[in-house]
Structures are given as C-alpha cells and as structure tokens.
Design a binder for this molecule. Structure first.
Ligand code: OAD
Ligand code: ZN
Length: 247
C-alpha cells in the first residue's frame, strides 16, 4: 500500500527532508492557524505584524502574551507525529526536519537536525544587541506590568524570537532549508496548508524529489505531489516509521 511504498522510497533515499506546519502539533493541543477554531479565528494576524511591534511595543507584548497563553499555554508535549519523525531520523532515514512551527516540539521529541524557519517562541531576542534569552521570564515581566520588556544588558527592546508578518526569515535558516530541499530525493510535507511564503515554495525547490504531502486538506502543492495522503499526521507518520522499521 501507499505508506509502504513511501517507506521504501524513504529508506532508499540519500537525502530525505520533512517540512512541517502547525498540523503536526494540533494533537499536542496547539491549534493550527487557518482551520476552523484556529489561531486566526481568535486573534487578528494584523496585531502580530512587525510594524505593530515597532509602533506600539507595549500593546504588542500584552496581546502576544495573551495569545501565547491561549495557544501554547498549559503543558505542551510532543505527540506521536513528532516522535515518528524523530524515530525516522534516528533510523538514519530522515536527514532534517524543516519546520514553520515555533513550539520547539520537534527538538523536544528528539529530532536533532531541525531548521526552525519561523524561530522559537521559547526565546526572545534584543532588537539592539541581538542577545537571546528565555521567553518565560520575559512574559512574566509583561504580565506584572513591565511592558514593553527591555534587555537587561542594553535596554534595547525585546522581541519574541519568532518571525512576525512583515519580517524576513532568518537568512541562514532559509538558506539551509533551500539547500536541503534542492538535495532532497524524498520531500515530505506534513501538517501545513503550504500557504505562507517562502516556506510554501520549498516543495517546488525540491525538483529531484519524490514529493509526499500529508495533510487533512488539499494544499496548493497537492497537484504536484507524487503521493498525497489526506489524512491525520498522527496516523500516517507513525505508520511510516513502523513500515521503515520492519523493512
Ligand atoms: P495552517 O493552519 O495554515 O495549516 C495547518 C494545516 O494542517 C491545515 O491545512 C490543516 O488541515 C492541517 N492539519 C491540522 N491538524 C492536522 C492533523 N492532525 N493531521 C494532518 N493535518 C492536519 O498552519 P501552517 O501551514 O503551519 O507563520 O501555517 C504557516 C504559517 O502561517 C505559520 O508558521 C505562521 C502562520 O502565520 C508565522 O507566524 C510567521
Ligand atoms: Zn540588548
């Protein structure tokens, strides 16, 4: 069946790349962005634009903390989809996970080679000196009224270390992602609507690759896919890892 075919292509691949989106984390209790009940149903993306951060960092931070609590609040743990990708890497089959997610769950699941295209919400970065720090204590400072939070070293504005709308992706991460995609002979996109650039173009960069898309709904890339599984990543990815293991 399809999963076994994909598993044997994965096992035979010299360079296998996974690109993930919010759909791999929904089973961890984190809503995605564009589905019904998604983040953009509750929050206005305009509030998280870089221009908004610059214009009114205090208001931005207050809203950001609220959003963080709603979306990433509680005890967030990796689910079987993250675990399956970590397992595929440990088995020497998957070379890299490129993710649009900022939840850090691929790393938490044990994936070692992870490219975080949109940053990581567990960190903040100083706009002046570039120093990075844990986000938790900074969110607490905002909650207790110290807003906008400033760098302890240089008094520069702190920003969540995530890519806001209107901001460039980290150059090095995007470069790495593109290099991996170009070299890929299997490219697996999972749990993403593939609607946000430049991540959405990575599958097309993978010109040599067998293209596999696993998502609950169709994506703009579906027509070009060699295999499209309209299915839950928590079913498909563990099944793939199993199929690779029993080979
Ligand atoms: P989206 O919300 O756009 O897409 C998530 C996709 O995952 C949807 O197509 C869902 O149908 C699908 N999905 C949800 N749960 C699933 C499951 N259990 N199994 C399979 N599929 C599932 O999220 P992303 O594509 O990640 O950017 O969004 C990309 C970027 O848009 C985000 O990184 C974020 C957002 O604006 C920034 O914040 C910069
Ligand atoms: Zn600083």
């Amino acid at each position: 069946e399809t999963i076994e075919t994909i598993a044997s292509e994965l096992a035979a691949a010299d360079h296998a790349v996974a690109l993930t989106g919010a759909g791999v984390s929904t089973a961890s209790g984190i809503p995605d962005f564009r589905s019904e009940g998604g983040v953009w149903d509750t929050f206005d993306p305009a509030e998280f634009r870089y221009g908004r951060f610059q214009a009114d960092p205090a208001a931005f931070w207050e809203r950001r903390v609220e959003m963080h609590e709603t979306v990433y609040g509680g005890d967030i743990e990796p689910n079987v989809a993250h675990e399956a990708l970590a397992e595929l890497e440990a088995a020497g089959v998957l070379d890299v996970v490129v993710t649009q997610n900022v939840d850090g769950l691929h790393g938490a699941a044990g994936s070692e080679t992870v490219v975080e295209l949109h940053g990581n919400a567990d960190r903040v970065v100083c706009e002046e000196c570039g120093r990075r720090a844990d986000a938790g204590p900074v969110r607490d400072r905002v909650t207790s009224g110290e807003t906008p939070p400033r760098c302890r070293e240089c008094q520069g504005l702190l920003k969540p270390d995530v890519v806001l709308f209107g901001e460039q992706l980290p150059r090095a991460s995007l470069q790495m992602a593109r290099d991996h995609a170009r070299r890929a002979d299997v490219f697996l996109a999972a749990g993403s609507s593939l609607s946000v650039e430049p991540a959405a173009s990575l599958p097309r960069t993978a010109t040599q690759a067998t293209l596999v898309v696993v998502n609950l709904e169709e994506t703009p890339v579906s027509a070009a896919a060699d295999y499209e599984l309209l299915a839950d990543v928590t079913d498909v990815l563990p099944a793939m890892a199993d199929a690779v293991r029993v080979r």
